[in-house]
Write a protein that binds this ligand. Structure first.
Ligand SMILES: *Cc1c(COP(=O)(O)O)cnc(C)c1O
Length: 392
């Protein structure tokens, strides 16, 4: 006989998903209504305006795509890239490579700007590429590289793109809610995010926002969008203004209850307070990890507070440590990705999971498990270091 699935309660401190706020889980368990029900249409309108708040934009086309962050990424590329288009892609981690893959699959030409992993994107290199490719149509970059824990200067990169007459595609999956994402101030054109990182919502939705310039580019396409599901011309008939919404697909009704609650929680806390909380907990975690003797791979002024990539002590089997953390402490942290596989742990402090209790748990659990593996760490200092950081 099959029985119900009852997952163990974990503390999620990896690169995502992050711990889901119980208020969001409660919201998601409310009764399902029809996706064209007037109550639901009202909810959709509220989600759009809450997303405008979170993204700090007045863009009309600000909606959640009914699929995870990767689908938000794909929505931007399939709608804006046409065969033969030149796209400058900044690469400083795994997600930039995925952007390149999206461009190639649309028949576009990738101009790659390579940056060191673990560092911010260098605007000088980007300008060089834009200068050398005056016919480039789009500049794409990742604001917060979850694979390394580095963030880039989105304002400067968007400004550069404008100077060279390019649209921008910006990945804000890990940044939204954790650090400042301000679309209108940046002048970004197509931005996508995700629900499962600093919004602390269940995985599976991808908020996007398109500027008027990006919408005009979609409308002026020479070829139809190759994806039917992600074609914004069609999606807008469903998510657009007014009560006369055409059926496109059945919205994930309960998942959207969750996103609505997540955005209400963010609005209640206030954007700035949320960024500040992420920073305070990051500094405390940092104090604890450094007291243990672990070091960060990203320079301090390029470091994301919500994603902490730290080196693994010599001779330690990193996979075994993560397994032990999960088994003994129900604590999930992340492994390295791509070029950093086996070299770092990625410790997330995202959204609801960014709190003092988790910081203490993580530092103490790591100390305990690393002690079991006889790793060369400093013992007995981490808790005090965390406490001192919170004491200011
Ligand atoms: C997590 C992540 C994605 C992909 O989101 P999914 O919800 O896993 O599809 C894209 N970009 C960045 C920077 C991410 O951290």
């Amino acid at each position: 006989m099959h029985t119900s699935f009852n997952p163990t309660v974990r503390t999620l401190m990896g690169p995502g998903p992050s711990d889901v706020n119980p208020r969001i889980l409660t919201a998601m368990s409310k009764p399902t209504i029809g996706h064209l029900d007037p109550d639901f249409i009202r909810l959709m309108d509220e989600i759009k305006s809450l997303l405008q708040l979170a993204f700090q934009t007045e863009n009309q086309l600000t909606i959640p795509v009914s699929a995870p962050g990767s689908a938000g990424m794909e929505t931007c590329f399939v709608n804006l890239v046409e065969p033969g288009d030149k796209v400058v892609i900044c690469q400083n981690g795994v997600f930039g490579s995925r952007m390149a893959e999206n461009v190639t699959r649309q028949g576009g030409e990738v101009i790659a700007v390579e940056n060191e992993w673990g560092r911010a994107i260098d605007p000088a290199k980007v300008e060089e590429a834009l200068k050398a490719n005056p016919d480039a149509k789009i500049l794409a970059f990742v604001h917060a590289e979850t694979s390394t824990g580095a963030y880039s200067d989105a304002a400067t990169l968007c400004k550069l793109a404008k100077q060279y007459d390019c649209l921008t595609i910006v990945d804000c999956v890990t940044s939204l809610g954790g650090i400042n994402v301000t679309i209108d101030e940046w002048g970004a054109d197509a931005v996508y995010s995700g629900t499962q990182k600093c919004l602390s919502c269940a995985p599976g939705l991808s908020p996007i926002s398109f500027s008027q310039g990006a919408v005009d580019a979609v409308k002026a396409r020479r070829h139809p969008v190759t994806s039917w599901f992600l074609d914004l011309n069609l999606v807008m008939g469903y998510w657009g203004e007014g009560q006369t919404r055409a059926y496109h697909h059945t919205a994930p009704v309960n998942a959207l209850y969750g996103l609505h609650e997540a955005l209400v929680i963010l609005a209640e806390e206030g954007l700035e307070n949320s960024w500040q909380r992420h920073m305070t907990n990051h500094l405390a975690l940092r104090a604890g990890l450094e007291a243990l003797g672990l070091s960060f791979i990203v320079p301090e002024d390029e470091r994301l507070p919500q994603l902490n990539a730290v080196t693994i002590p010599d001779g330690v089997d990193e996979g075994a440590v993560r397994k032990q953390l999960l088994q003994q402490f129900n604590l999930e942290i992340g492994a390295g990705l791509g070029a950093l596989a086996g070299k770092v742990w990625r410790i997330g402090l995202m959204g609801y999971a960014s709190n003092p209790k988790n910081v203490m748990l993580c530092v103490n659990a790591l100390e305990s498990v690393l002690g079991q593996y006889n790793a060369h760490i400093n013992k007995g200092e981490a808790t005090a270091a965390v406490a001192a950081a919170y004491a200011g």
